[in-house]
Design a protein around this ligand. Structure first.
Ligand code: C2O
Ligand code: CU
Length: 590
């Protein structure tokens, strides 16, 4: 090699080192992505199916940005016959409510062959994700990670030597169309549990699987198809190779864990290792040490793990189901202490998960999540309280989920545009109920299960402080009350209280207003209640719903609208679905 080129190489290397040491001068960037959503063949659990991928990938590409950056995603729909949208879960969309990616709420579904540009700022470092928000497209595999690092010159209040990203999901062999038809049939055909046992294969729902980063291992000996040809189950497919976390001994790693499951509540543990919880939904929490964590659909956590165990062994990381009878095998990944071979089997078996119905274990985990010292406190009082009773009901014999006896039915024209331009009859007028009858017994099935469907919305005063009490109750069957993780769009809320049974006025005095955690998703436990407080400071129309995909599909959500008159210029494609803006205006003359 000539001396001059050697010199050049040296210069290049030294300039790399310098740029790694000095923070970049320019603070925030715009990050551009060009994505195409389409069906692809994939074998996430070794069994080949079609699923919704992005640019041919499943899960979709990871977005990595820094706090303060602008994300610009040009999304083209290449599905043949249906619309699509993508929601950026945990991103507040402050000032860009039309980029929230909720069909019928913030925008029209993007038609086949059409493109929509999502452009928004990511304000806060944290672990987030994105997913489809039209019909049950999330359950079809339309999701991926969105990781926001601290802005240049800023630091997170904990140290680590490396990090891993684990996006958890559950996967059904049944198509989402099959699932949706089943859910809207009378009698209801439930989607079933993600399950791996032989008897399950004789039912109509082939057993689904838990996935870590889109990979899981279905027992191919139970599969309906041979190991050759299309739709085959191939245990050797590279799509379903277990995830390996390659670590060095005596280091600390950050595990970013997010759940985008359709149904399952999960528990995650690593054999022999403790975890220190440091982040929940993009907010720092007061660090605490646990042996396992619960994670509900819509939540994200960061935990720190120190590789202080016998370095000659590998260890299992195991993810199992909570709150529903475990018919599903845990998903496993390998923590591979280098230089061991990743295929060296761990010496001890996968960590024991707590019993599926050990709710006290789950509650004590949830109650330990508190804001990190120094975090801003919530307003000390609220302007309004909305109590939301969660029940299962019937409408004309069809099973639904209802909130204060109203099951959400989304309108054809998105609320954001129809409210902003005061269109007439675009959705049901009138306010949905703010409470439920004092005589209602939350411990028993609804005495009169008949419910109604509506598209009405809660209109909230801009900048007001709102308390929402999520009250769980008995479902249609006796002695059944389920877990529901509730997710709020456009805001974060403080979790100010939890309790068992029916919420009572005296609980208000016991709210934690000192160090409640700030989150975007929170669980309600069976027969319990959860209280949250938020400031309605983001003009727009926002969904607040159970993050269990089939529950939302069956009406388990409400709509909050605030300060819509302050919303800026809504992109034309978000306004009028399948018609021009003029046609829309003519149809709903204000
Ligand atoms: Cu991640 Cu409206 O949901
Ligand atoms: Cu639910």
């Amino acid at each position: 090699m000539a001396t001059s080129s050697l010199l050049l190489l040296l210069l290049l290397i030294s300039s790399c080192i310098i740029s790694a040491l000095l923070p970049a001068a320019s603070a925030s960037k715009t990050r551009h992505f060009k994505w195409e959503v389409g069906y692809i063949y994939a074998s996430p659990d070794c069994n080949e199916k079609i699923l919704m991928g992005i640019n041919g990938q499943f899960p979709g590409p990871t977005i990595r940005a820094k706090a303060g950056d602008t994300i610009h995603v040009e999304l083209k729909n290449t599905l043949h016959t249906e619309g699509v949208v993508i929601h950026w879960h945990g991103i507040r969309q402050f000032g860009t409510p039309w980029a929230d990616g909720t069909a019928s709420i913030s925008q029209c579904a993007i038609d086949p062959e059409e493109t929509f540009v999502y452009r928004f700022r990511v304000e806060k470092a944290g672990t987030y994700f994105y997913h489809g928000h039209y019909g049950m497209q999330r359950a079809a595999g339309l999701y991926g990670s969105l990781i926001v690092d601290a802005a240049d010159g800023e630091e997170e209040p904990f140290r680590y030597d490396g990090e891993f990203n684990l996006l958890l999901s559950d996967w059904y062999h049944q198509s989402i169309y099959d699932q949706m038809v089943g859910l809207s049939s009378n009698p209801l055909r439930w989607i079933g549990e993600p399950q791996v046992n032989a008897s399950a294969t004789t039912g109509r729902n082939p057993p689904p699987t838990l996935l870590i980063n889109g990979r899981g291992q279905y027992n191919c000996s139970l599969a309906a198809h041979p190991v050759e040809g299309s739709n085959a189950c191939r245990p050797t497919s590279k799509d379903c190779a277990p995830v390996v976390l390659r670590v060095l001994p005596n280091k600390t790693y950050r595990l970013r864990i997010a759940s985008t499951t359709s149904l399952s509540s999960l528990n995650l543990a690593i054999g022999n290792h403790k975890m220190v919880v440091v982040e929940a939904d993009g907010n720092h929490v007061e660090p605490f040490t646990v042996g396992d964590i619960d994670i509900y659909s819509g939540e994200s956590y960061s935990v720190l793990v120190t590789t202080d165990q016998n370095p000659s062994s590998n260890y299992w990381l195991s993810v199992g189901v909570r709150g529903r009878k475990p018919k599903t095998s845990p998903a496993l990944a390998i923590v591979n202490y280098r230089p061991n071979s990743p295929s060296k089997l761990p010496e001890s078996g996968p960590p024991m998960a707590p019993e599926w119905n050990d709710y006290n274990h789950s509650k004590s985990f949830s109650y330990r999540i508190l804001a990190r010292r120094g975090a801003p406190k919530p307003p000390q009082s609220a302007d309004r309280r909305i109590v939301l009773l969660n029940t299962q009901n019937k409408i004309d014999g069809y099973t639904k989920w209802s909130i204060n006896n109203v099951s959400l039915a989304l309108p054809p024209t998105p609320y954001l545009g129809s409210m902003r331009y005061r269109l007439k009859n675009a959705f049901d007028a009138g306010m949905p109920p703010e409470n439920f009858p004092p005589s209602y017994d939350v411990m028993r099935p609804p005495p009169n299960p008949n419910s109604t469907q509506s598209s009405n919305a809660y209109v909230i005063g801009l900048n007001s402080t709102v308390d929402v009490i999520l009250q769980n109750a008995n479902a249609l069957a006796v002695n059944v009350s389920e877990i529901h993780p509730w997710h709020l769009h456009g805001h974060e809320f403080w979790v100010v209280g939890y309790g068992d049974g029916r919420f009572g006025e005296k609980e208000v005095a016991r709210f934690n207003l000192k160090n409640p955690p700030l989150r975007n998703t929170v669980v309600i436990f069976p027969y319990g209640w959860t209280a949250i407080r938020f400031v309605a400071d983001n003009p727009g129309v926002w969904a607040f719903h159970c993050h269990i995909e089939p529950h939302l599909h069956m009406g388990m959500g409400v709509i909050f609208a605030e300060g819509v008159e302050h919303v800026g210029k809504i992109p034309r494609e978000a306004l009028a679905c399948g018609m021009t803006a003029k046609m829309l205006m003519d149809k709903h003359r204000p």
